[in-house]
Design a protein around this ligand. Sequence first.
Ligand code: HEM
Length: 138
Amino acid sequence: MIHAHSGLRWVVLFLLIAAIVTAYNNSKKGTPYSKDANKLGLFALIATHIQLLLGLGLYFTSPYVKFESGVMKDSILRFYTVEHALMMVIAITLITVGYSKTKKTGNWKKQFTLYLLGLIVMLLAIPWPFRGLNAGWF
Ligand code: HEM
């Protein structure tokens, strides 16, 4: 499950960037909203939600998630128990709201802005190997 969760990050990041660029171009060109025009937005949303499910699975099995005193003093336990999970839920909420607002209003700018914000929060919450959080590149 860790390998799936770790590897899927790249799919999520790639699809999010592709969806952000597409939403920007659609907004500039005035492309009317259609299911077809928003395929990438949907794929990015689906990949992000699969990542959420894997993350929830890990949350209840990982040795880095603990509910006991001293968790907040240990930077690795604090990261996975609080920071990673909370920031990722915020990122996924921003992306979900971006998708549904654009679907309802046809306004590509909302998807562009909220997906971009979600991407930034996600990049900050990923345990990149150089952050010393016992995680790898894949
Ligand atoms: C799109 C959002 C997410 C991304 C991109 C992401 C990415 C990652 C990455 C790269 C790792 C390190 C894996 C490794 O050891 O190499 C990780 C670990 C972890 N993630 Fe996420 N994550 C996301 C969402 C979540 C959510 C929402 C939760 C919990 C509710 C979660 C819980 C965990 C836990 C518990 C670990 C530690 C697993 C372990 O090593 O025991 N993740 N995540």
